[in-house]
Write a new protein. Structure first.
Length: 214
């Protein structure tokens, strides 16, 4: 089958105004085709890429902020671990804490205080499982300056002992001295005892096999 051929000779006979109109139509068609089939799809792709790029930049900024905060949290956690280790060094075993409380009582007597009440309370383990509280309800009688010196000595102890609920009664004269009754709660902190790990029970069949040598 023969292919159709353009007859350019026929175009030569077309008037110039019509030729100009055809040329404009041809150029317009080319421009329209370029826009609809090439420029517009590319423009849509560029807009999509710009939106995706903006989204990625936002995610990068968010992740950068999170990483910065994470580094700050890691540094703060390390500092807390250091402080916790230092405090643990000041926590004696429970047996040593009991002896420490007795030493505090003896200290008060040596300084000249009269120990009216020394009542140990119930020990309790903190919810964090990091320490045990060993409270004692105390009442002493003595000169104000002696009591102040007693509390100062407690504060200087290397182990952790706190004084709270301090109440001082009205001063009165005893044997030529002005003394007052002082009550307070003394709490010594101790390291919790390590609980032994329970042994894994051996199945009865395995025990029997060992006994019989099978």
């Amino acid at each position: 089958m023969a292919r159709p051929q353009l007859n350019f000779d026929a175009l030569r006979n077309v008037p110039a105004p019509q030729k100009a109109a055809l040329l404009l139509l041809l150029v317009g068609g080319i421009i329209a085709g370029f826009y609809f089939y090439i420029a517009e799809p590319k423009s849509a792709a560029i807009v999509a890429l710009q939106a995706e790029n903006g989204k990625l930049e936002t995610e990068i900024q968010t992740l950068s902020i999170k990483v910065k905060h994470l580094d700050e949290l890691i540094a703060a956690n390390k500092q807390l671990e250091i402080e916790l280790a230092k405090k643990k060094e000041r926590l004696p075993p429970e047996e040593e804490a009991i002896m420490l409380l007795k030493q505090v009582s003896d200290l008060g007597v040596r300084l000249g205080l009269d120990i009216k009440l020394w009542k140990p309370g119930a020990q309790s383990e903190d919810a964090s499982k990091l320490f045990v509280k060993m409270p004692v309800n105390v009442e002493v009688s003595g000169v104000y300056h002696t009591a102040a010196l007693f509390f100062d000595r407690i504060n200087r102890l290397p182990r952790i002992i706190t004084v709270s609920g301090l109440k001082m009664g009205s001063p009165k004269t005893e044997q030529g001295r002005i003394v007052s009754q002082t009550t307070f709660d003394l709490v010594a902190y101790a390291a919790p005892q390590e609980k032994p790990v329970p042994a894994t029970p051996v199945p009865a069949a395995a025990t029997k096999a060992v006994q019989t040598g099978k």
